[in-house]
Ligand binder design. Structure first.
Ligand SMILES: CCCCCCCCCC/C=C/CC(=O)SCCNC(=O)CCNC(=O)[C@H](O)C(C)(C)COP(=O)(O)OP(=O)(O)OC[C@H]1O[C@@H](n2cnc3c(N)ncnc32)[C@H](O)[C@@H]1OP(=O)(O)O
Length: 364
């Protein structure tokens, strides 16, 4: 088939189905759901299947995607399927032009961009089109990057985001990828993953600085309480909508937030989900300093480069003496929060909130 104006034939459709199997890169859960829905609509017509139960996350996500196509005609679904596959295959074609930096070593990370320069290791969340939401793969990559940065010869480490968001927190599609043991096994594995992830922050040996380039949500806010300094653009906001999501605090925030801002301000954030502006978060001690967005990057990086010239061993030792008394306590709090969350993730309140977001009924 050439051009999108022509109707896709059955042959085009079959070719597209074969091309999907040959895709070199996993197109991600959302695209796979779209492909599934279009395939079902093209071959069987509108969805008449009974809706799967709320705990049957994968089948429910598939059902939602198919059902959302309503009465889309079979021919249109076939056409859309062929076009979607075509866009995926052309995106994965190697470019004939040499990209700048093509001779650089391929990155060890798919979801991060990690660079080391001027004594600073910068770990940048790099899923800008998904507002840097943190997938399971990304949790693992951040842990690897932090462990490597803790041992490299840089003096300070920076966490930041690519694009307009710092991070929208946990990627809610993490809830749909169920192992054979179902939601219980997923919740158990996720609690272990979360505990190990947060331990990497607790144990990080050098100054760890968050450069908050835009809004931050959920776990990307709570981990700020474990960083050594937080610099934010005045465009940033800070939002922990745990109750809205049927969840409870993580990242040791049940301890660090009341300590930083006092119990009632922490209650507003962690229980009532109040979203703070950068200036409010600074007044409450969660943010170290706020900069105008227009000069944010320039001012912050000039300052960080100066800090990175300070003697690295002195900085390490000072951090150790400032933080060591709290480490055991933080680890214990981390375990406790993960245990509570493991139960919360299986609750109707949490499942419904996640499903509402995934079926596009709710946003924060
Ligand atoms: C069974 C147990 C499993 C448990 C697994 C958990 C493992 C560890 C958990 C640790 C706990 C962490 C707690 C938290 O972090 S809570 C916070 C979770 N985050 C959210 O609820 C944010 C949800 N996102 C939104 O409300 C909005 O996207 C936004 C951030 C307000 C931005 O809105 P805007 O209109 O500007 O942009 P879009 O919505 O169009 O976003 C662009 C695309 O990005 C996708 N997106 C954004 N954020 C997320 C997210 N957190 N999870 C998944 N996808 C996200 C969005 O869907 C758009 O995608 P599209 O272009 O394909 O439609």
């Amino acid at each position: 088939m050439s051009g999108t104006a022509m109707r896709a034939s059955q042959k085009d459709f079959e070719n597209a189905m074969n091309q999907v199997k040959l895709l070199k890169k996993d197109p991600g859960n959302e695209v796979k759901l779209k492909l599934y829905a279009l395939y079902k609509q093209a071959t069987e017509g509108s969805c008449t299947m009974p809706k799967p139960g709320v705990f049957d996350l994968v089948n429910k996500a598939k059902w939602d995607a198919w059902n959302a196509l309503g009465s889309l005609p079979k021919e249109t679904a076939r056409q859309n399927y062929v076009e979607l596959v075509s866009s995926l295959t052309s995106a994965s074609q190697p470019s004939s032009q040499v990209e700048p930096g093509a001779d650089r070593k391929p990155s060890a990370y798919e979801t991060l961009e990690v660079t080391s320069e001027d004594g600073i290791t910068k770990i940048m969340f790099n899923r800008p089109t998904k507002k840097n939401a943190i997938t399971t793969q990304m949790y693992h990559e951040i842990m690897l990057a932090l462990k490597a940065a803790g041992k490299d010869d840089s003096s300070v480490t920076v966490l930041t985001g690519n694009g307009d968001y710092y991070s929208s927190g946990n990627d809610l599609t993490n809830f749909t990828d169920l192992p054979p043991g179902g939601p219980e096994e997923k919740a158990k594995n996720s609690a272990i993953l979360l505990r190990d992830f947060i331990d990497c922050f607790i144990d990080f040996p050098k100054p760890l600085i968050a450069v908050v380039n835009g809004p931050a949500v959920g776990i990307s806010v709570t981990t700020l309480g474990l960083c050594d300094a937080v610099y934010a653009t005045d465009r940033a906001t800070f939002h922990t909508p745990f109750s809205h999501l049927g969840q409870s605090p993580e990242g040791c925030s049940s301890y660090t937030f009341p300590k930083i801002m006092g119990p009632s301000k922490a209650t507003e954030m962690l229980i009532f989900g109040k979203k703070l502006t950068a200036r409010e978060a600074c007044a409450q001690g969660l943010v170290t300093e706020v900069f105008p967005d227009s000069t944010f990057q320039k001012e912050v990086w000039t300052r960080l480069k100066a800090y990175a010239k300070l003697p690295p061993n002195a900085m390490r030792i000072s951090k150790e003496i400032m933080r060591s008394r709290e480490k055991e306590k933080l680890r214990a709090i981390n375990v406790e929060e993960c245990n509570v969350l493991q139960e919360r993730w299986l609750s109707d309140e949490c499942m419904n909130a996640v499903m509402n977001f995934l079926s596009r009924k709710a946003k924060l």
